[in-house]
Design a protein around this ligand. Structure first.
Ligand code: SF4
Length: 152
């Protein structure tokens, strides 16, 4: 029997809270009834936590971290995952400036040499510009960073 996938691409983006809750509930029920895998694409980490078992963090078209949702959100390894989670506003105290990642995602036709996140990474060093790091196992997760041993 061929593998079956359901791809839900940003299904809750730009919805009001009531409709969003209905979509999340629908996807929860589908999780139990659908005999295949559901790929849920989202920028909303809270929704990812509610619906997913595993998370793949993408940056500039590259898979930079992969692991169990609870592990990645609690102990992100890759600097981009860390920065992304650091920008979540749910627990942000009042009067504290919102966190952001400086710079912008490179154009697909104009990517930097080496690690694609290097121009925006606060941990970047010279060796990061030599090659795009491969995804590799580290502390029970997978991450594509040349400095995992130094920064975690
Ligand atoms: S390889 Fe270097 S630039 Fe890329 S994420 Fe890791 S520390 Fe940052």
């Amino acid at each position: 029997m061929p593998a079956r996938y359901l791809i839900a691409d940003e299904p809750t983006t730009a919805l009001d809270a009531t409709i969003e809750a209905q979509i999340i509930d629908l996807l929860r029920r589908l999780r139990n009834e659908f005999s295949g895998s559901i790929i849920f694409i989202s920028h909303n980490l809270g929704t990812v936590l509610q619906l997913c078992d595993e998370v793949a963090v993408m940056y500039g078209g590259h898979l930079v971290e992969l692991g169990a949702v609870r592990d990645v959100l609690a102990k992100p390894l890759h600097p981009y995952s860390r920065a992304l989670i650091g920008c979540e506003i749910d627990d942000q105290p009042r009067n504290v400036p919102l966190a952001f990642i400086p710079g912008k995602v490179p154009e697909p036709v104009d990517t930097p040499p080496g690690c694609i996140f290097a121009p925006r990474c606060s941990y970047a060093v010279e060796k990061c510009e030599r090659a795009m790091p491969a995804l590799r196992p580290f502390k029970g997760q997978l991450a594509a960073c040349a400095r995992l041993e130094d920064i975690t």
